[in-house]
Design a protein around this ligand. Sequence first.
Ligand code: IMP
Ligand code: MG
Length: 183
Amino acid sequence: MSSSQRSNLHIKPFELLLDQTTINKRVAELGSEITRDYTGKNPLIIGVLKGCFVFMSDLIRQIKLPVEVEFVSASSYVKGSKQEKEIKFVSAVPTPLKDRHILVVEGIVDSAKTAVKIVKEFTKEEPASVEIVTLIDKPASHREKIDLKYKGFTIGNEFLIGYGLDNTQRYRNLPFIGKLVDN
Ligand code: IMP
Ligand code: MG
C-alpha cells in the first residue's frame, strides 16, 4: 500500500511483528501451562479492559478447566508536572474474590503501574492467590517491581498495535500484532 493510500485510510505506518500463527501457538502454550498449574481449581480470570479482550477470548478457550470470567477497567492519567502515571479503577468486580484463585489478564504491561495497582487492590480481598498473565511484556519500561508469572512475548520499547492493542482507540481489530514505525 502506498503512503498516500495509507494516509487516506488514516493507517499509521507499521511493521508486522507477530503474525496470527505465532500468536495462536503461544496462546495455546500459555493455556496448557495455566491448565497444568491450576488443575483441580476453578480460577477466576479477570481481564483488564480494553487491551485484554482479544487475547483473553482466545486464551480462555485454551484453558481446559472450569473457569469464571470477570473484567475490570483501569485507566491511567498523568498526575502533576512530573508526568507520573496514576491508575484509576473505573469498575470493580461483582464476584467476591475471597479465597479464589485469581488470574489477571493484561494485553500489555508497560510501566507495570496498572498491574501493581490491580494486584494490590485484589489482595485486600484475601484471595487464595493472584497471578498475572500478559500477552506482551515491556520489561525495560517497568517503573515498579512486578512478578509476571505468564508472559506471551517480551519486547523492547516499541509501540504495538493489533490483537486488542490500540493506538488512540484504533487498530484493536487487526488479527496480528504490528509495531508503529516512523514515516
Ligand atoms: P502500564 O503497564 O500501567 O504502563 O499500562 C499499560 C497500558 O498502557 C496498557 O494496558 C495499554 O493500554 C497501554 N500501552 C502501553 N504500551 C502499549 C503499546 O505498545 N501498545 C498499546 N497500548 C500500550
Ligand atoms: Mg491504550
